[in-house]
Design a protein around this ligand. Structure first.
Ligand code: PEP
Ligand code: MG
Length: 659
């Protein structure tokens, strides 16, 4: 028997709803299927259900065959029509998942240390400060099967071994879920991974491969790849991203089969130096940052997002070591200098003493700077220079306030978009921006509209494949092409402006038309909110100056906007034609190059002549050696990582005193 209905599950049968549906279906003896567009799948497999890609408001049929078919159909149709009914608290609050939370470790077969390694490697100096501490090596090994065919009499044992590994992975995930300390976000991730591990699709595929004579690790890798390919092929951006989850689960099962341990950033000991090839910005942002003594990475450059997070938390970092990162696989202790880019593996006694001394001196300097927290820096003529913070999440408000930030000069909204599996709603954006505005009022909070591109795609936006994502569809270009996304953010900002001093700036501007089109959208949003009776307020609109085009049209731009904020990270890469993430051209990526400094000066002149505020939010804004030059050019606002704020205030104060 069967019955059809319209699906009312918000966002469709994605991961968690699919799991709930399966849980309900499994409670019945009957065979149950869900049918969409003529395609029927078992309602007892969450992977198969997800692959059916059932969306909200689509019509589906529930088909059941067995003794309790009537009850099964009633319960499942009931869930599809009213998904919130009858769920316990944990289920209603468990968010859907994102990416693998806890990638695996670990050393094996490190290349012999070269002379360079023992005397010190050099990478990109990405976050200042020195550190020395135990190495925490976070280099997941490549997993490979045995690559031999099983004998017929080995197959049954191998299947048992496989099932034992699956059970061990599930038990580990259940233990993680039982911990009270798990955040809601992480709980959702682990729960979703556990569901995949428990699903017959993955285990069934793997078992089939073992019966065909493959060893369990090879079979697991093959099964995960097959199912991941199915997820990649669905016409749904969110489901495409689930391919990573399937690989993550396959990886966990394989590690157990190989008898290898898994490590997670969660377990990093106090003061340890994190060694990794690459870390997702979001993985790093939610790692226990307070415990991390330093970061050394194969990937990344001085203005990569890993560097930015490290700087905002005052964690010394050396990035861009490339393949040489593998020289650190067996390191016990690591010393690094985030000012020079030097990394020393297992330092000798003299080096250790030298670093320990420098760490202590840095701590003293920090203590000396603390007096500047409450200082309002002024130039000799009494003009106040606003020293503000660059942040990317509400979690960083405290660090910024602790440092003495006079507002926020750059709120990067990307993390807000990256940390959710769907585009954040207008309400949740409005709440976030309002919380920020309230935290710093009456100081201004400059929110940058979404600056995302093909180099770091997010769920919910289809990015084309691009040869040069940094020259492609990013920032304001993408936003203007997607008014549905852009207007949601602008409406949220207009609503938040009621709660404090919100200003808005546009990234990657290269043409006057981009500002004008944005204004039309802002006016449209304000009119809509008015018609809806929703409280809102206007905000100052400014632009980032970070493309050579913006520098060259700065006089015209200055007539149309309330302020400039110079983004030296991108401006340097575009003026110098040197990729900011490419360590090979790191030397050219130098803000002090006369070409970049004159671009900054041209911008300042245009802004000052038009009487608008000129600030800077690129990383150069926090450099004590450059601050005097920027202030002489006429900048009145400098926004930087919280860790740099007190030193910048000291520099300005000394400059005013003629020191
Ligand atoms: C810049 O480009 O200088 C900037 C501040 O923005 P982001 O580093 O986020 O590109
Ligand atoms: Mg930029």
């Amino acid at each position: 028997m069967e019955r059809s209905t319209i699906v009312r599950v918000h966002e469709g049968l994605h991961a968690r709803p699919a799991t709930r549906f399966v849980k309900l279906a499994k409670a019945f003896e009957s065979d149950v299927e869900l049918v969409k567009d003529g395609k029927a799948v078992s309602a007892k497999s969450s992977v198969k259900l997800m692959l059916l890609a059932v969306k909200e408001n689509q019509e589906v049929t529930v088909r059941a065959n067995g003794a309790d078919a009537i009850e099964a159909i009633e319960a499942l149709i009931g869930y599809l029509e009213n998904p919130k009914a009858g769920l316990d608290d944990e289920e209603t609050h468990a968010p859907d998942h994102g990416k693998e939370a806890a990638p695996a470790p670990a050393p094996r077969s490190a290349p012999a240390l070269s002379d360079e390694a023992s005397s010190g490697l050099r990478g990109v100096a990405a976050s200042e400060g020195v550190a020395i501490g135990p190495a925490f090596v976070h280099l997941p090994p490549d997993i490979a099967g045995q690559g031999r065919m099983l004998q017929a009499d080995e197959i049954a044992g191998e299947i048992d071994r496989f099932h034992a590994a699956v059970a061990a992975v599930q038990a580990r995930m259940d233990r993680a879920l039982a911990q009270d300390s798990l955040s809601a976000g992480d709980r959702g991730i682990v729960a979703a991974l556990r569901d995949i591990a428990a699903d017959d699709s993955l285990t069934g595929e793997a078992e089939k491969a073992i019966r065909g004579g493959n060893d369990a690790v090879s079979a697991t890798i093959t099964a995960a790849s097959t199912i991941a390919a199915d997820f990649s092929a669905v016409d749904d951006h969110y489901l495409n991203a689930r391919a990573d989850d399937v690989h993550a689960v396959g990886r966990q099962i394989s590690l157990v089969l190989l008898g290898q341990d898994d490590a997670s950033l969660e377990n990093i000991p106090q003061g340890a130096i994190l060694i990794a090839d690459d870390i997702g910005a979001w993985d790093l942002a939610r790692a226990p940052l307070k415990r991390i003594g330093g970061v050394v990475c194969g990937h990344g450059g001085a203005t990569s997002h890993i560097a930015i997070i490290a700087r905002s938390h005052g964690i010394p970092a050396v990035l861009g070591l490339g393949d040489r990162i593998h020289l650190l696989r067996k390191a016990q202790e690591v010393a690094l200098d985030g000012n020079s880019g030097q990394v020393i593996i297992d330092p000798d006694a003299a080096t250790r003493a030298d670093f320990a001394g420098r760490v202590e001196a840095a701590a003293k300097e920090r203590a000396g700077l603390a007096a500047f927290k409450t200082v309002t820096p002024k130039l000799a003529d009494g003009k106040v220079i606003e020293v503000a913070a660059n942040i990317g999440s509400l979690e960083e408000i405290e660090a910024a306030q602790e440092a003495g930030a006079m507002g926020v000069g750059l709120f990067r909204t990307e993390l807000l978009f990256m940390r959710h599996m769907h585009l954040p709603s207008e309400d949740m954006q409005a709440e976030t921006y309002a919380a920020l505005a309230k935290a710093f009022a009456p100081y201004p909070v400059i929110v940058r509209t979404l600056d995302i591109g093909g180099d770091k795609p997010i769920a919910g936006i289809e990015f084309p494949d691009e040869e040069n994502p940094f020259l492609g569809w990013r920032g304001i270009r993408m936003c203007l092409d997607r008014p549905d996304i852009f207007k949601r953010q602008l409406r949220a900002l207009l609503r938040a402006a009621v709660h404090g001093n919100i200003k808005v700036m546009l990234p990657m501007v290269s043409d006057l038309g981009e500002v004008r089109q944005t204004r039309v959208l802002v006016d449209e949003c304000a009119a809509e909110l008015k018609a809806e009776g929703v409280p809102h307020a206007t905000f100052d609109l400014g632009v980032m100056i970070e493309t050579p085009a913006a520098v060259l049209i700065a006089p015209a731009l200055a007539k149309e906007v309330a302020f400039f904020s110079i983004g030296t990270n991108d401006l340097t890469q575009y003026i110098m034609a040197a990729d900011r993430l490419n360590p090979t051209v790191a030397k050219l990526n130098d803000v002090t190059n006369p070409a970049v400094m004159s671009a900054i000066e041209l911008t300042a002149k245009a802004g000052v002549a038009a009487g608008i505020m000129v600030g800077m939010c690129g990383e150069a804004a926090g450099r004590p050696d450059l601050i005097p030059a920027f202030l002489e050019m006429g900048l009145t606002e400098l926004s930087m990582s919280p860790a740099s704020i007190q030193r910048a205030k000291k520099t300005i104060t000394a400059m005013a005193a003629g020191e």
